[in-house]
Design a protein. Structure first.
Length: 89
């Protein structure tokens, strides 16, 4: 168990070391607002050949009126579980 913990710490140190050696901290976060009101936050990492996406949606009973009560619960179910033709998250 201890050997596994030490090896994880060594791998973590090796992964972080190039950024520290270059004297660079994390890249700054850019914020843009799209015409539809969606706010997009971007932080680039040219060393990682992948894209990570996180989605935060301001929905819930706080933002629902009587005419659309329950719509956020429905959209949550569709996004997580998917539909008959589209897979979920």
């Amino acid at each position: 168990m201890r050997a596994a913990r030490v090896s994880v710490l060594v791998l973590l140190a090796l992964a972080v070391a190039p950024g520290l050696a270059a004297g660079q901290g994390p890249a700054p976060v850019r914020s843009e607002r799209l015409p539809n009101g969606l706010t997009v936050l971007v932080r680039e990492n040219p060393l990682a050949p992948v894209v990570a996406v996180a989605l935060f949606v301001r929905v819930g009973t706080r933002w629902e009126g009587a005419e659309n009560a329950g719509i956020s619960n429905f959209l949550h179910a569709v996004m997580v579980k998917g539909t008959a033709r589209r897979s979920g998250a």
